[in-house]
Design a protein around this ligand. Structure first.
Ligand SMILES: Nc1ncnc2c1ncn2[C@@H]1O[C@H](COP(=O)(O)OP(=O)(O)OP(=O)(O)O)[C@@H](O)[C@H]1O
Length: 595
C-alpha cells in the first residue's frame, strides 16, 4: 500500500462513493415514498421540511451527514490497512517501518477524532432543527381551529396527543436519521470490507472440495446462521419490552391520579385501596422485569458466544496459510478485523429489523395524530355572524353527539347591556348552548349572531395557569408590567384583599385557592378584561348567596355596558337578570321577563 498517495486515493474514493451513494439514496427514497405506505407516511410528515422552496439548509445538512458517514467508512478501511502494515513491520522486526506507522497513526487518529466530533455536532444540529420544525407543525395542528378541544368529538381519536408531540417526534427524527445513515454506512462498509476480505482470502480445502475465497463465504454463512438463531432466541424480548413500557405507563398514570385527586382520596381514606392497586400494578412491572432478565440471559449468552467465536474463527481458517507463509501476520490480523467488522455490519440489519418495527409504530402514531387533527378541524361549526355587539339566535337548534335534540328552533335577541339567565334540569343542554355560542360545539343548526371579539366565558371551575397570581388574574391577557396598583385594587374589589401581597408569588394556584376564591378571581378577570358579553356557567356556584349577590352587583356597577349570560340553578340569581330562558323537557324552551 502506498501511504504517500493515500490522501488523494481516499479523497477520490470518497468522491466516487459519494456521487454513487447520493444518486442511490435519492432513488431509494423516491421509490419508498411511491411504493410503500410507511414511505408515504414519512413524506406526509416531513416532505415539506426537505422542500428546497422552503429552505436549502435541511438538504445541505443531510448531504453533509452523508459525506461524513462515508468519510467515516473510508477512515475505518484506511485504519484497517494501517494495522496490517503495523503487524507486518513487527513480524519483519523492521523498527524504522514501525515508527513510520506510528507517525501515520497520529495523523489518522487526529482525523478520526475531528471527524467524529464534527459528525456528532452536525447530526445533533440537524436533528434539533428537524425536531423543532416538526414540533411546531404538530403544535399548530393541535392549537388551530380549537382542535385540542374538538378532538373529543371524533368517533375515533388519536390517543395521547401529548405523547405524540413530546416523545414520538423525537423518536421519529432520531430513528429516521439513525436508520437511514446506518443502512448507508453498513452497506458501503460491507462492500468495502468484502473487497478487503476477498483479497486476503484463499481457497479452503473442505471434504475433498476446494472452496475459493472461502473466508468471504464463511463470514456471510456465519452471520446468516447466527442471525437466524438470535432472532429465534431474542424475539420474545420485543413483546416483553413493549409490555414493560405499557406496565410502567399504567403505574405512572395511577400515581399521577393519586396526586391529582389527593384531596378526595384523603377524605375517603382511600389510601388502602389505592395502595393495593399501586402495588399490584408495580407487581406486574417486576414480574415482567424478571422475564426480561431470564430471556436476556439466554439472548446475551448466545450473542457473547457468537462474538467470541468470531474472534478466533477467522484466525483458525487462515492459520494454515499464515504458517505456510502465504500471508503475513498483518494479513492475518486484518482478516480477523475485517471479519469482525463485516460481522457487525451484517448484524446491523438484524438489529435494525426490530428498530424498524418500532419506527413504523412511531410513523403510524404520528400519522394517526395528523389525521385526527385534520378530522377535528373539519368537524362542523355553528353558523356565527356578527352584527356589532348584538347577541341573538335565529331558528337555532341544538343536538347532542348521539343525535338527540336538546333545543329546537330558538329565536331570541338580547339587548346590549342586559342580562339573561339560562335554567333547566341537569343534562338539558345549558352548558352545551354556551359551547355553541363560543363556536366550539359541532352539532347545531340555525344562526348565532354575536361579536367576534370581546367575549369571555367563565366556567364553574376556572382555569388557573401555572405562574404568578398576577398571571392567573389577567389570563388570557398577559399582565401589564406597569399596573401593580390595578391588580391589587381588583383583588380587593372581589374580596380577595388578603392575597394582595402574594401577586408575584409563583405556585400552583389551582391547588392553593379554594373553589370560591378561584371563582372570585375569575370575576376579577371580568373586571379587568371588560368584555362586551360575559358568559358565566355556574361561575358563582361555590359562593354563598351573599358573596354571589356582591359579585353580580359589582359586575353591574363596573361593567354596565356588558351583556351577561348566566347558567345557574339558584333562584336568587333571578334578581340580577332581566330575562330567563328556561329549557324544558322534549327540547322545548320558554323565554320570559323576570320582573
Ligand atoms: N362531549 C360530549 N360527548 C357526549 N355527550 C355529551 C358531551 N357533552 C355533553 N353531552 C351530553 O349533552 C347533554 C347536555 O349536556 P350539558 O352539559 O349541556 O348539560 P347541562 O344542562 O349543562 O347539565 P348540568 O346542569 O348538569 O351541568 C347531556 O346529556 C350530556 O351527556
Amino acid at each position: 500500500m502506498n501511504w504517500n498517495q493515500e490522501l488523494s486515493n481516499s479523497l477520490l474514493w470518497i468522491a466516487k462513493a459519494y456521487g454513487l451513494t447520493c444518486l442511490l439514496f435519492v432513488l431509494t427514497v423516491w421509490a419508498l415514498v411511491r411504493l410503500t405506505s410507511w414511505g408515504r407516511q414519512f413524506w406526509q410528515l416531513s416532505g415539506s421540511y426537505f422542500s428546497l422552496r422552503r429552505s436549502a439548509k435541511p438538504l445541505l445538512g443531510l448531504a453533509l451527514i452523508l459525506l461524513l458517514t462515508l468519510a467515516g467508512v473510508r477512515l475505518d478501511v484506511v485504519l484497517s490497512n494501517w494495522s496490517n502494515g503495523l503487524y507486518t513491520s513487527l513480524q519483519q522486526l523492521n523498527e524504522s517501518l514501525f515508527w513510520s506507522f506510528v507517525r501515520i497513526f497520529c495523523i489518522l487518529a487526529s482525523i478520526h477524532v475531528l471527524r467524529s466530533l464534527f459528525s456528532f455536532y452536525v447530526n445533533q444540529s440537524f436533528s434539533i432543527h428537524w425536531r423543532a420544525w416538526l414540533n411546531e407543525q404538530l403544535l399548530q395542528k393541535l392549537l388551530q381551529n380549537d382542535s385540542f378541544y374538538r378532538l373529543q368529538y371524533l368517533p375515533q381519536r388519536s390517543d395521547n396527543p401529548d405523547q405524540r408531540i413530546q416523545q414520538d417526534v423525537s423518536s421519529f427524527v432520531s430513528s429516521s436519521l439513525g436508520l437511514s445513515m446506518g443502512v448507508v454506512s453498513s452497506l458501503v462498509s460491507t462492500l468495502a470490507y468484502t473487497l478487503i476480505l476477498w483479497n486476503l482470502s484463499g481457497p479452503l480445502h473442505l471434504l475433498g472440495v476446494d472452496i475459493p475465497r472461502a473466508m468471504v463465504f464463511a463470514v456471510f454463512l456465519y452471520v446468516l446462521i447466527a442471525t437466524v438463531l438470535a432472532v429465534k432466541i431474542g424475539r420474545p424480548l420485543v413483546r416483553l419490552n413493549f409490555l414493560n413500557e405499557q406496565y410502567n405507563a399504567n403505574y405512572r398514570y395511577l400515581l399521577v391520579r393519586l396526586l391529582e385527586y389527593a384531596e378526595s382520596i384523603a377524605f375517603y381514606a382511600g389510601e388502602k385501596v389505592e395502595g393495593m392497586l399501586l402495588r399490584s400494578r408495580f407487581g406486574q412491572i417486576i414480574h415482567n422485569n424478571w422475564r426480561i432478565v431470564f430471556r436476556s440471559l439466554k439472548f446475551q449468552g448466545f450473542n457473547l458466544i457468537v462474538s467470541q467465536t468470531a474472534v478466533v474463527f477467522p484466525l483458525i481458517v487462515q492459520a494454515h496459510r499464515f504458517f505456510s507463509k502465504q500471508i503475513t501476520l498483518g494479513d492475518l490480523m486484518q482478516t480477523s478485523q475485517a471479519f469482525g467488522t463485516l460481522h457487525d455490519n451484517l448484524s446491523f440489519f438484524r438489529n435494525a429489523y426490530d428498530d424498524f418495527a418500532g419506527y413504523r409504530a412511531v410513523l403510524n402514531r404520528l400519522s394517526g395524530y395528523c389525521d385526527s387533527m385534520q378530522e377535528a378541524a373539519a368537524l362542523p361549526r355553528p353558523d356565527i355572524r356578527s352584527d356589532g355587539t348584538r347577541l341573538a339566535l335565529e331558528n337555532f337548534s341544538l343536538q347532542a353527539p348521539d343525535g338527540r335534540t336538546l333545543l329546537e328552533q330558538v329565536n331570541l335577541d338580547i339587548a346590549s347591556g342586559s342580562a339573561l339567565l339560562i335554567r333547566g334540569a341537569s343534562g338539558s343542554g345549558k352548558t352545551t348552548l354556551l359551547r355553541s355560542l363560543a363556536g366550539l360545539w359541532p352539532y347545531s343548526s340555525g344562526q348565532i349572531i354575536r361579536p367576534q371579539q370581546g367575549l369571555m366565558f367563565l366556567s364553574q371551575k376556572p382555569y388557573l395557569p401555572g405562574g404568578t397570581l398576577r398571571d392567573a388574574l389577567y389570563y388570557p391577557a398577559s399582565a401589564p408590567a406597569a399596573a401593580a396598583q390595578e391588580a391589587a385594587m381588583v383583588l380587593q374589589t372581589v374580596q380577595l384583599g388578603h392575597l394582595q401581597g402574594r401577586l408575584d408569588e409563583e405556585r400552583d394556584w389551582s391547588q392553593t385557592l379554594s373553589l370560591g376564591e378561584q371563582q372570585r378571581l375569575a370575576f376579577g378577570r371580568l373586571l379587568l378584561n371588560k368584555p362586551a358579553i360575559a358568559f358565566l356557567d355556574e361561575a358563582s356556584s361555590a359562593l354563598d348567596e351573599g358573596l354571589e349577590d356582591a359579585m353580580y352587583r359589582l359586575l353591574r356597577q363596573q361593567l354596565p355596558a356588558t351583556t351577561i349570560v348566566s347558567v345557574g340553578h339558584r333562584s336568587s340569581l333571578l334578581q340580577h337578570h332581566g330575562l330567563q330562558l328556561q329549557i324544558l323537557e322534549n327540547s322545548r324552551w320558554q323565554l320570559a321577563s323576570t320582573h
